[in-house]
Design a protein around this ligand. Structure first.
Ligand code: NAP
Ligand code: SF4
Length: 676
């Protein structure tokens, strides 16, 4: 497919964007310390090399108090200017434009000196902010303008002013967080003044030939948020104040509605950007859950937006744009919106990377590794076609080896394919298709229904075998577990077994929670359908804040009891940025969660448990699903040893404890560093 609209340049009057792709702002942690400046430079240079038209950096505060965290980034000194000059040059060398994002966190700052329009604590940070005095409001506006000047001196093509997602400017805009009675609060006009004065001050500071993007919240998704008339009137005023582009922000960070997680359908919110486009003359940017060129092209073809912003998809594949341009969409490594190695890392104070691309944010290091092709290519077998095995095959092919993948099952993907069967995780299947097609393109072979026998002539032909045989579901020995209504989770998902009305789930880790979600959503279709997704979460863009007042979730009518032996809160092992969605969903559905117990027996009517505190009790269940973790399946290793065949062990087959796909794929990439 040709993406003619995506590759039509955009003339901004004083400058031109080579295509309609914007790499949206995503905080990687590399911004927070100048010691990472070379890594940050290579990270952006690689995306520019990959063809993106306009890059927006992670957020930099215009002053000290606006930092996201005590060690967060600011853009307030000539030292920053000098350090970033190399970065902007590297990006410009590949024909891309780059804007620095100015983000004042306001009450979302994770430090005790945070400031905000009013002294109201946010529900997602522990610190109560200080209310800004009038003189300090004016100083902050000047700080935005000064930071923009520094950005321009550093070679940036302009700035993005972060006015959405619940950060300081948004806090001024909203009656929810702005209770002031001076000239910065009260009516919507007065609450808008801070945002508009910042845009005017930045325009005056930069002159007419710099890009100013304003990220405007088109849908607040919190009570007390803006009406759509307020959003559109503000957009017109921001245009008059001098903005070049309007980016779409969706939801405050404290909103309890998913906006970027995998269960959000692709391009779910672009219809609201389309409405915004009717109210302004400057180009508008569509965002959120756009991760493939077809969807992006369609948004432009439908006249919904002028530019498409993606952030995480550029972590997953820095060469996304050039692959689309060369009509090689299948070569794009898709972002699956898992958040597991990007945003979840950031929330744990680690640097961001990407589950499906462990080289993200480490481009400089991996470039050296991948530049060393093997001087003595080997004939290598990879056994197992889960995420570890398929990525191992890819890495080894890139190193110049000959590779054959043997998969015992009739399908590819292992645990990843099971994940793809969970509602909201369909993109996982796209990763498997992508890995497979890349292996074939690079000359590798993939054999299904093929078990490698270490004593066979076939095995002896290989110089090396990579064992990526994954995991087997753990079968706890509970009396009655052989009964016909008891299912291991893999069979339950693979065979698409219809859930009964009452179900007990033994094990409440990541998979137990996923299975509970699958049971509640069985037969409904919130995937890939914005209308159903909006109906499920009570979203109506026409309502104030975009929320249906007094909305109650539709219940599935099934009764699910989640059981776990240890004393831990429900879903405590889930990712920081997505765990709340699963917990909230299960609570809405009325799941019963019981922990701190032992299992005594499964009968045809349910499960006998013994709580640590209290009497044994019976949980009624017409079906029992076992999700009790994993055991490594590495029986091949002993046989290879006996046959004297060189081998390595990766992924779940190496370590099943707390197995996750991030580690499995990381293991596969590490093979590139080994000498065999
Ligand atoms: P897990 O998260 O480690 O959970 C295993 C569950 O089995 C726990 O509830 C554990 O609790 C229970 N269990 C362990 N041994 C048992 C035994 N002998 N008898 C009964 N229960 C037992 O593993 P998983 O659920 O299989 O998930 C695999 C990996 O994929 C994990 O790393 C997980 O984080 C990841 N994953 C993540 C997500 C997500 O973030 N959304 C979704 C799916 C999978 P007790 O031992 O206390 O009973
Ligand atoms: Fe996308 Fe997951 Fe990679 Fe983040 S870690 S960029 S969400 S694939």
């Amino acid at each position: 497919m040709e993406y003619s609209r995506l590759f039509t340049p955009l003339d901004l009057g004083f400058t031109q964007l080579s295509n309609r792709f914007v790499m949206g702002s995503i905080h990687t942690g590399l911004e927070d310390n100048l010691k990472h400046i070379d890594r940050l430079t290579e990270y952006f240079a690689e995306r520019a090399r990959g063809g993106v038209g306009l890059i927006v950096t992670g957020g930099y505060s215009p002053n000290l108090l606006g930092k996201l965290s005590p060690f967060g980034s600011t853009f307030t000194s000539l030292k920053m200017v000098r350090a970033h000059q190399t970065l902007t040059k590297a990006v410009h060398a590949h024909g891309s434009k780059i804007c620095l994002q100015l983000l004042h966190a306001g009450r979302y700052s994770y430090h005790p000196f945070s400031v905000a329009p009013s002294r109201i604590k946010s529900p997602i940070t522990p610190f109560t902010p200080f209310a800004m005095a009038g003189w300090y409001v004016k100083k902050t506006i000047r700080d935005f303008a000064q930071a923009a000047i520094y950005a321009s001196q550093a070679g940036y093509d302009g700035v993005e002013i972060m006015g959405s997602e619940g950060y300081l400017i948004h806090q001024f805009l909203s009656a929810r967080t702005n209770l002031r009675s001076d000239e910065w609060g009260g009516t919507f006009e007065k609450r808008s003044r801070f945002a508009l004065e910042i845009v005017r001050a930045v325009r005056e500071a930069l002159g007419p030939n710099s890009i100013i993007i304003f990220r405007l919240s088109v849908l607040d998704l919190v009570e007390g948020g803006a009406t759509r008339e307020e959003v559109f009137s503000l957009a017109r005023e921001i245009e008059k104040a001098g903005a070049t582009l309007l980016n779409s922000g969706i939801g405050w960070h404290e909103a309890r509605i998913p906006t970027i997680a995998s269960m959000v359908p692709h391009a779910a919110f672009t219809s609201i950007t389309a409405e915004l486009r009717q109210h302004v003359k400057i180009p508008v940017v569509a965002t959120n859950r756009i991760n493939d060129p077809e969807t992006a092209e369609k948004i432009l073809a439908d006249g919904q937006a002028d530019l498409i912003s993606m952030a995480r998809p550029f972590l997953a594949d820095p060469h996304f744009v050039n692959k689309a341009k060369n009509n090689q969409a299948m070569r794009i490594n898709p972002c699956i919106a898992c958040n597991q190695a990007c945003l979840d890392n950031i929330f744990q104070n680690k640097l961001a990377s990407c589950m499906v691309n462990p080289t993200a944010c480490l481009e400089d290091e991996w470039k050296i590794t991948f530049s060393k092709r093997s001087s003595a290519p080997k004939n290598i077998a990879v056994v197992g076609a889960g995420p570890a095995g398929l990525n191992a095959a890819l890495v080894l092919l890139r190193m110049g080896h000959e590779v054959t993948v043997h998969e015992k099952a009739g399908t590819l993907g292992g645990q990843f394919m099971l994940a793809a069967l969970i509602p909201g995780k369909k993109d996982y299947a796209r990763s498997i298709e992508h890995w497979h097609s890349e292996i074939v393109r690079l000359g590798g072979k993939v054999l299904l229904n093929s078990e490698l026998n270490p004593d066979s002539d076939t095995a002896r032909k290989y110089d090396h075998v990579v064992v990526a045989t994954g995991v087997l579901p753990r079968q706890p020995k509970i009396p009655g577990d052989h009964l016909p209504h008891v299912f291991m989770y893999d069979r339950f998902l693979r065979e698409g077994i219809a859930p009964a009305n009452t179900v007990a789930i033994i094990g409440a880790g990541g998979i137990g929670i996923d299975v509970a979600t699958a049971i509640y959503q069985f037969g409904s279709d919130t995937d890939e359908n914005s209308k159903n997704f909006f109906a499920h979460w009570g979203i109506n863009p026409a309502e104030k804040s975009g929320l249906i007042a007094g909305f109650k979730h539709k219940k599935s009518g099934r009764t699910v009891t989640l059981l776990q032996r240890k004393k831990a809160p429900m879903g405590s092992t889930l990712g920081k940025t997505t765990g709340w969605i699963h917990r909230q969903e299960l609570k809405h559905q009325g799941v019963t969660y019981l922990n701190d117990l032992t299992y005594e027996e499964i009968t045809s009517e349910g499960v006998w448990i013994k709580p640590t505190q209290g009497e044994r009790r019976f949980i009624t269940a017409q079906q029992v699903i076992i999700c009790a973790g994993q055991l490594s399946e590495n029986s091949l290793v002993e046989k290879l040893k006996r046959a004297g065949i060189q081998h390595s062990l990766i992924g779940g087959a190496r370590l099943a404890g707390e197995l996750d796909a991030v580690r499995a794929i990381q293991d596969a990439f590490e093979l590139a560093k080994s000498e065999f």
